[in-house]
Design a protein around this ligand. Structure first.
Ligand code: ADP
Ligand code: ASP
Ligand code: MG
Length: 408
C-alpha cells in the first residue's frame, strides 16, 4: 500500500462542487489501495481578498497579524474538504499547522519550514482516517502563526511527503495539466512536458512559472521527492519533476518564462571608487532586500587623482522598492535615483545550454527582430534572462517560444 500526498490548489477547491469532486478523487485513490494525505490551499481568490482587507487599514500591515489573517483561508478549505470526505463515506480529519507541529522560523509572510511531526499523520492513516492538512501555514517557536509565502501550499505538500519517508510521491493538482514550455495562459501553443529535471524546474519557478513555488522544488530536490504536477479537472497524466538522470535527454531550451514582479532602480553618476557598491548593497541586505540583476556601466569622466562616475542599475521585488529607494536616497544623497516599474524579465531555461553555443545570441536576435530593446541581461549555466519594457512581455514570450521551436 503506497502513501501519497495529494495537494489541491485554490481553483481545485474554489467552489463547493469542486470540493466534492476533490473528495471523489481522494476516495478513488483510497479505493485503489493508496493511503492519502491531503494538503489544501485556500479557495481561489480568498488569500487575495484577505490581504486586501488588511491593506484597507494600512499599506504596511504588521507581518504577524497579516499571517494570522491569511492563514484563515486554508482553515476554511480543509474543514470543508474533511466534511465533504466524511459525507462521501471517507473518514477524514482536518489539521492546522500547530496540530501537525509544522514548525517554521519567525520570518512572517515568508517563513521557512524547520520540521514537521509525521507521527500525527501516520497515526491518522493507521486509524484509516484521511488527514487533510492546511497548506501555506506554520507555527514558530513562540506559537505564532506564520505563512510560507505566496504559493506556499506546494511547499507544505512536498515537506509532508519528505517527512513521511523515502519514495513518497507528491501530486500537485492545479488548473493546468502539468508544466508547460511556457505559461499556457499566455502561449496558446505551449506544450506539456512529460518529465522535467529538478534543476530546470527550480529555474522556471524562480523566473516566474508560478505552477510550483520555488521552495517546494528546492525541498523536492533535496529529499528526492518525486513530484507529479497534474490537473484536478481531468485524468490526464501530468508532468513528473525528477532527478536529472531520470529526465529525458537534455533539451537546449526546456521553457520560457516571464516575471513582472520586479522593478528597476538606477543611481546616476555614482563615484566609481572602492566601497561604493559594497556600502549600498550591504545596506540593502541589512534591510533583508534581495537584489536580482545588477549592472554597472563603464566609468566615465575620470581624471588623474579623481575617480570617474558610473551609473549603477539593479532590479528588486516591486514590494521592496519604496524601502530600497529610501536607502539609496540616504546613502547616495545628492545623486539622481530613477525607478522604473514598467519592466518584465523574460527568461529561457534548459540543461542543454551547458553544452550549446550561440543560445544567447539567438535569444537577442529573436528579441531584436520584434524591435524589443534589452535593458539588462543575466545568465547562469542553464538560463538567460533579459529585462525589457513591460509592454513587450507577452510578445517576447511567444517569439522566444516559437523561435526556439517549443510550440506544437
Ligand atoms: P494553484 O492555485 O493550483 O496553486 P497556481 O495559479 O499557483 O495554481 O499555478 C498554476 C498556474 O501557473 C497556471 O494557471 C498557469 O497560468 C501558471 N503557469 C505559469 N507558467 C507555467 C508553466 N510553464 N506551466 C504551467 N503553468 C504555468
Ligand atoms: N493560499 C496561498 C496563496 O494564495 C497559498 C497557496 O495557494 O499555495 O498564495
Ligand atoms: Mg500555486
Amino acid at each position: 500500500m503506497a502513501v501519497i500526498v495529494q495537494k489541491f490548489g485554490g481553483t481545485s477547491v474554489g467552489t463547493i462542487d469542486r470540493i466534492k469532486s476533490v473528495a471523489e478523487r481522494v476516495a478513488r485513490a483510497r479505493d485503489a489501495g493508496d493511503q492519502v494525505v491531503v494538503v489544501a490551499s485556500a479557495m481561489s481568490g480568498e488569500t487575495n481578498r484577505l490581504l486586501s482587507l488588511g491593506r484597507e487599514l494600512t499599506m504596511r500591515p504588521d507581518g504577524r497579524e497579516l499571517d494570522a489573517l491569511v492563514a484563515t483561508g486554508e482553515q476554511v478549505s480543509v474543514a470543508l474538504l474533511a466534511i465533504a470526505l466524511g459525507a462521501r463515506g471517507v473518514p477524514a480529519r482536518s489539521f492546522l499547522a500547530h496540530q501537525v507541529r509544522l514548525r517554521t522560523d519567525s520570518g512572517f509572510t515568508k517563513a521557512r519550514i524547520k520540521g514537521i511531526d509525521a507521527d500525527v499523520l501516520l497515526s491518522a492513516l493507521n486509524e484509516g482516517v484521511v488527514p487533510v492538512v492546511a497548506g501555506f501555514q506554520g507555527v514558530d517557536d513562540r506559537g505564532n502563526t506564520t505563512t510560507l509565502g505566496r504559493g506556499g501550499s506546494d511547499t507544505t505538500a512536498v515537506a509532508i511527503a519528505a517527512a513521511l519517508g523515502h519514495g513518497v510521491a507528491c501530486e500537485i493538482y492545479t488548473d493546468v495539466e502539468g508544466v508547460y514550455t511556457a505559461d499556457p495562459n499566455v502561449c496558446k501553443n505551449a506544450r506539456k512536458v512529460g518529465r522535467i529535471s529538478y534543476e530546470e524546474m527550480l529555474e522556471l519557478a524562480s523566473l516566474g512559472a508560478k505552477v510550483l513555488q520555488i521552495r517546494s522544488v528546492e525541498l523536492a530536490m533535496k529529499y528526492a521527492v518525486p513530484v507529479h504536477v497534474r490537473s484536478s479537472f481531468t485524468e490526464a497524466p501530468g508532468t513528473w519533476v525528477v532527478g536529472e538522470d531520470e529526465s529525458l535527454e537534455s533539451v537546449v531550451v526546456a521553457g520560457v518564462t516571464s516575471d513582472r514582479s520586479e522593478a528597476k532602480v538606477t543611481i546616476r553618476m555614482m563615484p566609481d571608487e572602492p566601497g561604493r557598491a559594497a556600502g549600498l548593497f550591504e545596506a540593502l541586505a541589512d534591510a533583508r532586500i534581495s537584489v536580482d540583476m545588477i549592472i554597472q556601466n563603464p566609468s566615465a569622466h575620470a581624471s588623474p587623482g579623481r575617480p570617474g562616475v558610473t551609473d549603477m542599475t539593479f532590479t528588486l521585488a516591486k514590494g521592496d522598492l519604496e524601502h530600497a529607494q529610501s536607502i539609496a536616497a540616504r546613502l547616495c544623497s545628492g545623486l539622481q535615483v530613477d525607478v522604473d516599474h514598467d519592466v518584465v524579465k523574460v527568461s529561457i531555461v534548459g540543461l542543454g545550454m551547458r553544452s550549446h553555443a550561440g543560445v544567447a545570441a539567438r535569444m537577442f536576435r529573436l528579441l531584436a527582430d520584434e524591435g524589443i530593446n534589452i535593458q539588462a541581461i543575466s545568465t547562469s549555466e542553464i538560463k538567460i534572462s533579459c529585462l525589457i519594457h513591460a509592454k513587450y512581455g507577452e510578445l517576447a514570450v511567444r517569439s522566444l517560444h516559437d523561435g526556439f521551436g517549443l510550440g506544437d
